[in-house]
Design a protein around this ligand. Sequence first.
Ligand SMILES: NC(=O)c1ccc[n+]([C@@H]2O[C@H](COP(=O)([O-])OP(=O)(O)OC[C@H]3O[C@@H](n4cnc5c(N)ncnc54)[C@H](OP(=O)(O)O)[C@@H]3O)[C@@H](O)[C@H]2O)c1
Length: 257
Amino acid sequence: MLGLENKIVAIAGGSRGIGLATANRFAKAGACVVIGSRTETEFTEAAESITHSGGKALGLPLDVMSKENVNLFFERIEQQFGRLDVLVYCSGTNRRVPAEEYPEDAWDQVLSTNLKGAYYCCQEAGKRMINQKEGSIVTITSMTSHIATPNQSAYAATKGGLLQYTKVLAVEWGKHNIRVNAVSPGYIETSLNAHNFRNAAFRDNVLNQMPMGRFGGTDEIANAVCFLASPMASYITGACLPVDGGFLAGHPNIIMQ
Ligand SMILES: NC(=O)c1ccc[n+]([C@@H]2O[C@H](COP(=O)([O-])OP(=O)(O)OC[C@H]3O[C@@H](n4cnc5c(N)ncnc54)[C@H](OP(=O)(O)O)[C@@H]3O)[C@@H](O)[C@H]2O)c1
């Protein structure tokens, strides 16, 4: 129904969390997913679990901080499949430290993973999609692309930048029949934020401000990514879809007089 059957879909950061749910969703829609990440056991297991369930998947090493490694990842996809229909840029990391103490090595790692890696991957995917005269890219942004929260200066800087980068690609590549969109997840429990979710005060504080009164699931993000990547969204480009239980719309327990 989504029109993704036999499409070649590369997912940077597809080995766990939101990326893994997205890989499973694309596979269920009949796509062939290529899962890239640094941890071999995870990308291998992710691909095997899809193939054991009757889907099509391949796990490949990918470190988005290395241009050479990114180039090799896309060359291997080209050799194996001869085309690339969809890129999902999901690789991401975070370090929470007050701005006045933010360490330079952490700043560099967060920027390199979340933003420069997107540049490497989208450029390699984009070149191939321009040659094919079609393609679709979805980047995973964040609520911090839109609003500020404390102790996440590097993360928010990258996610704000990633959203603008996404829009520029949409504007430049629309003429090549390439759509580029973003999904901004809300609070989704994964290994990225497991320590926050273990904190009852954090959970209560967020839920008190959450219009839908619950956290989201990785599958709910995956559904939005698949929709935007698919022909169902054929006239949508440069858009950002928040999947956040209404958090960006406003907070139910704030009273202004
Ligand atoms: N969870 C949330 O509430 C939430 C909210 C908003 C946005 N997001 C975004 O959603 C995306 C996925 O996050 P998640 O919550 O699913 O976290 P996660 O479970 O920690 O997954 C992160 C993924 O990124 C990969 N990755 C990290 N560094 C990489 C590198 N240098 N090269 C290639 N891949 C790399 C990881 O694999 P390896 O470490 O093995 O490489 C893993 O596959 C991120 O971009 C995150 O910012 C998450």
